[in-house]
Design a protein around this ligand. Sequence first.
Ligand code: M6R
Length: 612
Amino acid sequence: MCGIVGYTGKREAYPIIIKGLRRLEYRGYDSAGVALVNEDGLKVYKKKGKVADLEDTLVGVNLHSHTGIGHTRWATHGEPSDRNAHPHTSQNGEIAMIHNGIIENYAQLKNELLKKGYTFKSDTDTEVLLNFIENIKTNNNSTLEEAVRIALRRIVGAYCILLVDKHDPETIIAARKGSPLVIGIGKGEHFLASDASPIIEYTKEVVYVNDYEMAIIRPDELILKNLGNEKQTPFITKLDMELAAIEKGGYDHFMLKEIFEQPTTIQDCLRGRLDAEAGTIIMSGIEKYIGQIMDAPRIIIVACGTSWHAGLVAEYIIEETCRIPVEVEYASEFRYRNPVVNKGDVIIAISQSGETADTLVAIEKAKEQGAIIVGIVNAVGSSIARVSHTGAYTHAGPEIGVASTKAFTAQLAVLTMVALKVGYAKGTLEKDRYLQLCKDLAEIPAKAAEVLKLDNQIKTLAEKYKDAPDFLYLGRGYNFPVALEGALKLKEISYIHAEGYPAAEMKHGPIALVTEVLPVVFVATKDNYHAKVVSNMQEIKARKGKVISIITEGDTVSPTLSDDVIILPPTDEILAPMLSAIPLQLLAYHIGVAKGYDVDKPRNLAKSVTVE
Ligand code: M6R
C-alpha cells in the first residue's frame, strides 16, 4: 500500500512525480504529497484525498525543482488527513521523507525521542522513523546516508523510504525492506517508484532494489549498498511493458478495460506454452521441479483475496488430475499459526502484485522449513517472484483496477496448465482426457470473447438489481470458488453486502436470509453436480428468492427456475471458472457504476496490500 515516486535529473521534477503518483494511485488514495528541493531549500505540499485534490491546491504555485519525492497514501497509522499525509518533515525542517510500510517498533522509538524533547506533528510511524534518523544525524554529525543506515539497523517492520535533504538538493536516499522499490536509469537522471508504471515512458532500464539495500541517487550516479555499507552491483533489467498497457485506452475505467482484455490475457498466458495440437505444455519453471512436484506428499496453496479464490479452484483441479492432496490457506493465517510444513511439501504462492506482505512472509516461513516454493505471479520481478524457487508468470499485463479481474482468469489458466502437465507426467491424468483438456483450454480465449458479448445484457441486469441491499452467490464444485469471487467483486465495487456459499451448504443457515427481494446468483454451468444445483435453485424459488443463473448453452431446466439467465458457451467443468467469472465481474462493475461509485478506486481499499 502507498505509492512512492522520486526524480532527480535535469527536468522539472513536479510534473514527473505527479504523473507517477496518478499511476500509483491504485496503491492508496487517502492523501497525496510532494517534497521538492532546490537551491532555495525544501518545500513540502500535501493534502488529504486523491492526487487530483493535491494538484488543485497547487495551481499557480512555483514548483520549480529538479529533485523531488511524492507519495500517495493508504492510511495505517493515523486517519487520512493533511497532517498525516506524507511527505513528513523532520523536526529541524531539513529532511523530508516518504514511506510505504509499517514500522512495528515505532512506539518504543517514539518514547525515546519524546524523552529527548522531540514533538510530533502527525500520528504516523513514518514521522517517528524520520526524527529517529534526524536525531542520529545530529548526534553523530553524520551524513544523511550514514544516519539512515544506522537507524535502519534498529527498525522492525517493513519499509520503502525516500528522503531528501535541503542541504543536498540533488540527492535522494532510498532504502527498502519488504516494500517494493524500482529505480529507472535515464541519461543524467534517475526515477524511483513503487512499480515500473511511473518510469516506463522515460526509460526501460531499471534496477529492482532488494531487501536491506540502500540507494544513494544523484542525476549521474546510482550507488547501491547493503546496510553494512558494502557496495552492491546494480542488476539492470530491461522492462517488458508498454505504456499503452497502463492507460485506459478509451474505456471509462481500468476495471472495464481489464475485464475486456481477458480473451487476450488468457491467450498471452497460454502462448508459447500450450500447443493443443501437439499435446504439449512447456513451462520451464515447472519442468525444473516436476519430479519434486509429482512426488510431493502435499501441496499447500497460500494466497489472499481473489488469488486465494484462484487457489481454491486449483485445489479441485490438482486433486482431480494429479491425485496430490492440496490445502488452500489464507496467507495471513498460515504465517501466524504454527503450520506443519514438511521437507518435500510444495507451496504454491499465488499473487497478482507479487508484493502482498502476508503471502510473502508465509512463503519465506515455509521456505525456511524446507518447502519448495512455486510462485504464480503477475508482476514480473516482484518480491514473491524473487523469493520463490521457481514458478510461472501469468502474463496478464499490469492490472490497475483495484478489483482483480484479468489476473484471476490468468491465474486459473496457469494453474490449469500446471495441473495438466503434472497430472499427465505423473500418469494420474489419462492421455485422452489430457489431450481433450489441452484442446478445450486453447478454445477458452475465443469463448471468453463470446461471454463479453453479454455485456449489455448484464448492464441491464445491473440496473434491475442495483438497489438490493444483499446478494447471495452460490455454486458447487469448481464453481463454488467462483461464487466466492463474484461476492467479493460485488462487495468491493458496489459496497453491497454479498456472501458466497457452496450451494448445498446454503440450507444449513443462509437460506434464512432468502426473501422475495434477495437476489441469489447461481453459478450453475453444466458439470457433474448440475442436477444438484438445480435442486438448490428449486429451494430458493420455493422461498420466493430472485434467481439469477449463470448457465451453459442447452440447459433447458435452469431457465424455468430463474428470473434471469446468463448463458455461456460450453466447456469442460475444470475450465468453466475462466468463463463463469466474467459475467460476475461485469455485474459488479455495472452495479458499482450505476450507483455512482469510483470503481477503480473503491473506498478503503488498495491494490497491493504490503502491510499485514
Ligand atoms: O496481489 P495479490 O494477488 O497478492 O492480492 C491479493 C488480494 O489483495 C487481492 O486479490 C484483493 O482481494 C483484490 N482487491 C480483489 O479484487
